[in-house]
Design a protein around this ligand. Structure first.
Ligand SMILES: Cc1ncc(COP(=O)(O)O)c(C=O)c1O
Length: 403
């Protein structure tokens, strides 16, 4: 049968995660492509979800989240910002941050409105803007110019992207795939432009607790002057608690912004899985257990980041060490072994690495509107067990002839 796909999805195809995972499976490769842990989340959260099922919490939840979860999210927010939310007015629980992104775009964007995105971007952003009939305006994050510098944007390019047609700017910090943590200065520039042009900021903060450099802490755009009423902060449980399959996310913001998210959410999923909301409430509300879990997780990720980053540098890749999230971007054209194969681009390199070296990575050009910008890059996920990373590095060493 000929495809019946609606035109709005024509540019997107199958996501690169699906493609690389299938290729990794076909070649028995170590999968450092997909950004989810190969270990489990905390016992206390899993026990709470299992107990909720046993206790009969198995019917539709309240549309915008079970009271215990909305309260737990408002406690999490209070701890970090000092701001008291009304859990029933300022929060909407969604099926992962991905649903929150789609619901925010559908709820806020009128056809033809412009949405500013930084590229490279998490791949659902472009599709969500397209679903809402919005027009993406792209500002490029450029690779570091110094050894330890972060990815950066040109402030003039950003200022030029704002116009009377701009409705929303979407900011992801800590950032996937670059690991950039937007600095307070950069966020102040964004805030100033939003205030000047009366633009709504939507932030994706799913990696909010995963940062590695105390001198580059995570700053919430919503806490900057003038931004509390014009920022919708999106996040989820998946990355912080290694529970990506639960798909519990949320949107936090002024009542008018959250109403827009709810308007779309009620017709997309209506409500999110009830027992997992109970598990999520336990994960967020058990402060001591939760902080213990995050401490252990961060010591594992800190080791993993150095181990993989050093190994990739030893193989000759130019490594852009991340300040946040759990990915390492490299310039693969700096690696002599990779260069010697004469790959045309990042997609060819990552396919070959998967089938020949037995290690899967993501070709980041799919995260760029102008694919040329990502052609020399590759993204490795390090949210994996020690043994998984050791096995990946052994395979890379063999491939490069360094072992
Ligand atoms: C930047 C970013 N936002 C959102 C998500 C998805 O979040 P969730 O699983 O809560 O839908 C991801 C997952 O990789 C991500 O990297």
């Amino acid at each position: 049968m000929t495809t019946r796909l609606a035109e709005r999805f024509a540019p997107f195809g199958t996501t690169i995660f699906t493609e690389m995972t299938l290729l990794a499976q076909a070649h028995g490769a170590v999968n450092l492509a997909q950004g989810f842990p190969d270990f489990d989340g905390p016992e206390f959260a899993k026990a709470a979800a299992a107990a909720a099922i046993a206790a009969g919490h198995n019917q539709y939840a309240r549309m915008f989240g079970i009271p215990a979860l909305n309260q737990a999210i408002s406690g999490w927010w209070r701890e970090q910002t000092g701001v008291e939310l009304d859990p029933d007015a300022h929060i909407c629980v969604t099926s992962g941050c991905t649903e929150a992104i789609a619901a925010a775009m559908l709820g806020l964007i009128n056809p033809g409105d412009e949405v500013i995105l930084f590229e490279p971007y998490y791949d659902s952003y472009r599709a969500s803007v397209a679903m809402a009939g919005g027009v993406p305006l792209i500002v490029t994050l450029r690779p570091p110019t110094t050894d330890h510098g972060p990815f950066w944007f040109d402030p003039d390019e950003l200022a030029r992207a704002f116009s009377p047609r701009t409705r929303v700017i979407l900011v992801n910090t800590p950032h996937n795939p670059t690991g950039k943590v937007f600095s307070a200065d950069e966020l102040r520039q964004i805030a100033e432009l939003c205030n000047r042009h009366d633009v709504i900021a939507v932030t994706d903060e799913v990696y909010e607790r995963l940062t590695y450099d105390p001198s580059r802490p995570h700053v919430r755009l919503a806490t900057l002057p003038g931004m509390a009423d014009r920022t919708l902060t999106l996040s989820s449980l998946g990355k912080t608690f290694s529970l990506t399959g639960w798909k519990i996310g949320w949107a936090i913001g002024a009542a008018g912004l959250v109403r827009a998210v709810r308007a779309a959410h009620q017709f997309m999923t209506f409500a999110t899985a009830t027992p997992f909301q109970h598990g999520a409430a336990a994960a967020l509300a058990s402060v001591d257990e939760r902080e213990g879990y995050i401490r252990d997780l961060m010591s594992q990720f800190t080791w993993a980041r150095s181990f993989l980053g050093e190994a990739l540098a030893r193989l000759g890749f130019r490594v852009y060490m991340p300040d946040g999230a759990y990915f390492i971007m490299v310039d693969w054209t700096a690696c002599p072994r990779a260069r010697s194969d004469g790959h045309a681009d990042d997609v060819a390199f990552c396919r070959s690495l998967t089938s020949v070296a037995g290690v899967a990575a993501i070709p980041p050009s799919v995260f760029y509107q102008n694919r040329e910008h990502g052609k020399t890059l590759a993204r490795f996920a390090f949210c994996k067990r020690r043994e998984t990373l050791q096995s990946a590095v052994q395979r890379l060493d063999r491939w490069a002839g360094t072992s």
